[in-house]
Ligand binder design. Structure first.
Ligand SMILES: Cc1cc2nc3c(=O)[nH]c(=O)nc-3n(C[C@H](O)[C@H](O)[C@H](O)COP(=O)(O)OP(=O)(O)OC[C@H]3O[C@@H](n4cnc5c(N)ncnc54)[C@H](O)[C@@H]3O)c2cc1C
Length: 338
């Protein structure tokens, strides 16, 4: 019989059990408790919390996002930490009764290029199954050789049995190469999800600044579409940073949003506009444009999603401008090391 450890969440009556060898985050997710997390690879730091009682180990070595010094101070990275004893942990927030993490076969229903290097992939859930999630979350595609690749749902839940993904072609990429070269409609894939704690905090009174980099637009699109469907009037300021004009897609859809949601603004930002773009809009790094347009950012909630360098730069900039950690939510598109 496997040994179990009790994990208590400090300051609440909540606890859950972890099997020996099971990461604390995995144990929580399997029991419907959504602890903060992002990449689950030890890189993004979203699952950083405190260990108040007990002992953990990191079977694969200390993860990238945890320094020796922080570990010695009692910090822990729960996506990789495995309990050696019962634990008492402290996390900035968590959600009870989150959606069940499922492992399901799905059929590719649509493959359509949205621009020169982004593919819309629609996946069909089996008839007798449900796949529930929070807008903003992601799933893992489980490949036959044991590797997994993460992609965010680009449509809100409850839209029939189809899940939309926006997949950017990574040059030389193992899986995204297949998406562009060999996968076909009707092929079967296996997914695991929902995962991630990038979702909209609808109990906040503040306006939201949403910052997407590249296909970081996908989960933000899902969140905004859900807000529009629910009749929300909470002000949303959307910034989308890409390299050149050819990288933008779904612009007519975004224009349509502004008609349905009167408090929504949209600013596309090009970091390297091509001469043929004849671009009159904002240029440079998207987080710098946000900093310039919102000097009083601490009055807002900020949602960031995109490649790791953008997330790092934006977090540093926003912290320097006085944005409290509790008002920052991010999903870093770290890539797998397998
Ligand atoms: C939570 C989460 C959600 C994500 N959601 C999306 C999404 O909605 N849409 C999307 O397009 N991507 C998303 N990503 C990123 C996506 O998972 C990776 O781009 C993908 O796994 C690459 O797979 P691959 O097998 O083609 O590349 P690999 O074979 O794994 O990588 C090949 C090489 O390319 C480099 N590389 C891989 N990925 C990237 C990258 N993203 N940026 C820069 N260099 C890279 C690495 O150096 C690697 O050595 C997400 C990542 C995470 C963690």
């Amino acid at each position: 019989m496997t040994e179990k450890h009790k994990i208590t969440i400090h300051g609440t009556g909540d606890s859950f059990e972890a099997d020996s060898g099971e990461a604390v985050l995995d144990a929580a997710l399997h029991q419907g408790i959504l602890l903060p997390h992002g990449c689950r690879g030890g890189f993004c730091g979203s699952c950083l919390g405190e260990l108040l009682e007990g002992e953990v180990t990191y079977p694969e070595g200390l993860p990238d996002a945890l320094t020796e010094a922080d570990a010695a101070l009692g910090k822990a990275l729960f996506c990789k930490a495995v309990a050696l004893t019962d634990l008492e942990i402290k996390v900035p927030e968590y959600r009870k009764e989150s959606h069940e993490v499922k492992n399901l076969p799905v059929r590719i229903e649509t493959l359509r290029k949205l621009n020169h290097d982004v593919m819309l992939m629609e996946l069909k859930i089996p008839e007798h199954e449900q796949f529930d999630y929070l807008a903003g979350q992601y799933l893992d595609i489980l490949l036959k050789d044991g590797r997994r690749r993460s992609f965010s749902m680009a449509n809100p839940p409850g839209k029939g049995k189809l899940i939309q993904l926006h997949i950017r072609h990574v040059p030389g990429g193992y899986f995204t190469g297949q998406v562009f070269d060999s996968l076909k409609v009707k092929d079967i894939l296996r997914i695991e999800g929902p995962l991630g704690s990038f979702y909209f905090r609808d109990d906040s009174p503040r306006a939201a600044v949403m910052v997407a980099g590249g296909t970081g637009f996908a989960p933000i699109k899902a969140i905004i579409e859900e807000l529009i469907d629910s009749g929300s009037t909470r002000p949303i300021h959307l910034f989308w940073g890409v390299r050149a004009k050819e990288d933008l897609y779904m612009l007519p859809l975004i224009e349509g949003w502004s008609e349905k949601h009167r408090n929504l603004s949209f600013v596309p930002v090009l970091s390297e506009p091509a001469p043929t773009d004849q671009w009159q809009g904002e240029t440079g790094f998207v987080h710098e444009v946000v900093a310039r347009q919102f000097p009083g950012i601490s009055a807002y909630d900020v949602y960031l999603c995109g490649p790791p360098p953008m997330i790092e730069a934006a977090r540093t900039q926003l912290a320097a401008q006085g944005l409290p950690d509790a008002q920052l939510f991010y999903d870093s598109f770290d890539f797998s090391t397998e």
